[in-house]
Design a protein around this ligand. Structure first.
Ligand code: NAD
Length: 171
């Protein structure tokens, strides 16, 4: 028997990229998967079904409380429960590397809304259900980039961020 047989898992940002890979991997272990994304989820849902798995797509913007609560309610109504949530949705691949001081306010705020507040918002919506069932697992996706930094990427020290030969004193 597969390890996740009978389990229901929501993966946010699963229409493409790593989220779509998580959806397929969860399905390969027997889980029923809810692919939640602002993008069209059809390709990712079809990929799960082609492997013989069960998946549905739900349009959901993790910055919108009503959309998030609706997605959680639809999942419970369709499958009766939520065993796992993977908070994967993020503004990531579409963000271009740039100097720290060139990051526009609206880009910074959008990243905070999706990558930080989105994790909190979706977790907040599933926790009452998980608490009631006394069961549930939440996985928050992050990156080691936050710990070590990458040239011209958020989190790197300002000295390293210049990209024009400027360096912090400590190198
Ligand atoms: N790609 C990498 O090298 C890498 C490395 C380390 C960590 N990560 C992390 O993995 C995760 C996925 O990265 P990826 O490379 O697949 O990124 P990606 O940009 O390809 O995919 C992100 C997904 O999130 C969705 N999304 C964006 N905003 C959303 C919103 N408001 N509501 C719902 N869905 C939204 C997008 O539509 C997309 O499907 C991110 O959390 C990222 O930080 C990626």
């Amino acid at each position: 028997m597969s390890r996740l047989e009978g389990d229901v898992a929501i993966v946010t940002g699963a229409a493409r990229g790593i989220g779509a890979a998580y959806a397929k991997a969860l399905a390969a272990e027997g889980a029923t998967v809810v692919v939640a994304d602002v993008l069209d989820t059809a390709a990712s849902v079809d990929a799960v079904k082609e492997m013989g798995g069960t998946a549905i797509g739900i349009s959901c913007n993790v910055t919108d409380n009503d959309a998030v609560e609706g997605m959680v309610a639809d999942t419970i109504s369709e499958f009766g429960k939520i065993d796992a949530l993977v908070n994967n949705a993020a503004l990531f691949a579409n963000i271009s590397h740039k100097k720290f001081e060139e990051i526009p306010d609206d880009e910074w705020m959008s990243v905070m809304q999706v990558n930080i507040a989105g994790v909190w918002r979706v977790s907040k919506a599933v926790v009452p259900h998980m608490r009631e069932r006394q069961y549930g697992k939440i996985v928050n996706v992050a990156s080691t980039t936050a710990l070590k930094g990458t040239r011209l990427f958020k989190g790197r020290s300002i000295g390293h961020d210049q990209g024009d030969g400027a360096r912090s004193r400590r190198g």
